[in-house]
Design a binder for this molecule. Structure first.
Ligand SMILES: [Fe+2]
Ligand SMILES: [Fe+2]
Length: 148
């Protein structure tokens, strides 16, 4: 069980949704119901991913790898804030408000999340699973099992 592969695969799945959001937003006449639907799908993936990732980063750090956990947690928090703000706009029920906020905040959300995942991918590239202790690997297995 390689946590780096698991997290990278999840990043790829999230990126597929981000590309879909890019596509929807690139159209002159944006399909808002499609945009909202794809946003929920992205959030569902991202929410589970974030929890799994935070637990895995903890183990990686304990295994002696250099993981900028504080910075990553701050970014997760800031992304959560963006999700909340977009969710509020969607739930506000005001079409004008929804569209105004969605267009701007969705663009930022996609860009920020993409940069965040790229940065994490860089962090992963410094993590060698072959250097994990047996106990560390057992811990990873337990964590991954918990989220499946
Ligand atoms: Fe993350
Ligand atoms: Fe991630």
């Amino acid at each position: 069980m390689n946590p780096v592969i698991i997290l990278r695969k999840e990043h790829e799945a999230i990126e597929m949704e981000l590309s879909e959001l890019d596509f929807i937003m690139s159209e002159g006449d944006i399909n808002y119901s499609n945009l909202v639907h794809t946003f929920w799908k992205t959030c569902e993936l991202w929410d589970g991913h974030e929890k799994l990732e935070e637990d895995i980063f903890d183990v990686m750090k304990k295994e002696g790898f250099e993981i900028p956990i504080d910075a990553i947690l701050l970014e997760h928090k800031s992304l959560s804030g963006r999700v909340e703000s977009i969710t509020n706009a969607i739930n506000s029920g005001s079409d004008f408000e929804v569209r105004k906020v969605l267009a701007k905040e969705m663009r930022e959300f996609v860009d920020v999340l993409r940069v965040h995942m790229d940065r994490e991918d860089d962090v992963f590239s410094g993590v060698l699973v072959s250097e994990f202790s047996e106990e560390g690997l057992r811990e990873i297995k337990r964590i991954v099992g918990k989220y499946q």
